[in-house]
Design a binder for this molecule. Sequence first.
Ligand code: 5GP
Ligand code: ZN
Length: 113
Amino acid sequence: MSDCIFCKIAAGEIPSNKVYEDETVLAFYDLAPQAPTHILLIPKTHISGASEITADNSAVVAHIFEVAAQIAAEKGFSDGFRVVTNNGASAGQSVPHLHFHLLAGREFGWPPG
Ligand code: 5GP
Ligand code: ZN
């Protein structure tokens, strides 16, 4: 999508602080971190949110979770991290391109606010 900020980041049109990249997935540091480590994982193809995940596009979601586990292991927080996605404005989604927040480095409460 031409006006999607995360599509532009995936295409390299907007710079990001990259953590990991392959053909289908990009991981980069969040601009406004909510934890000492706050990384966003996105599919390079546009999916507007978790509600749009289907049998046709879900392979990249599995891959994103593989990458999240790999990043957690590399950064040494395998035993304490959170992966979360917000779907829809009422859940706090502000960028309408599917993304998973990988958060680590502090205690996390439950249930989330
Ligand atoms: P959401 O609120 O949709 O769950 O998460 C969107 C996230 O994207 C927010 O945590 C916000 O800080 C981050 N964000 C928004 N624009 C940019 C950007 O241009 N670059 C980076 N690195 N993060 C962004
Ligand atoms: Zn997009």
